[in-house]
Design a protein around this ligand. Structure first.
Ligand code: SF4
Length: 90
């Protein structure tokens, strides 16, 4: 994981950019919300109570993976962008 300095509105903040890319299969999501609870900068429930990915880099890779593993229906897929391998579901 790399730390990237991001300057916004004159303020500098550290943004964590990971290698995991997550996606949600809408048909599988039952709106349980654990993904949002564990990685709230990446996952959000939309107006239909289905999870959507709002950002890839608001949480760490570990948090994104934990969120995916917490999903009761395996609706979240995690891809390692460095190797191209699917990390979750196995
Ligand atoms: S944990 Fe799974 S079922 Fe629950 S909101 Fe997230 S994607 Fe949907």
């Amino acid at each position: 994981m790399n730390d990237v300095q991001v300057s916004a509105d004159g303020k500098t903040q550290t943004k964590q950019v990971g290698k995991y890319k997550v996606s949600v299969t809408r048909e599988k999501c039952i709106g349980a919300g654990s993904c949002e609870a564990l990685a709230s900068n990446v996952f959000k429930l939309d107006e239909q109570n289905i999870a959507v990915v709002i950002s890839q880099d608001g949480n760490t890779d570990a948090e994104k993976l934990l969120a995916a593993q917490s999903c009761p229906t395996n609706a979240i897929t995690v891809i390692d962008t460095e190797t191209g391998e699917q990390v979750w579901p196995k």
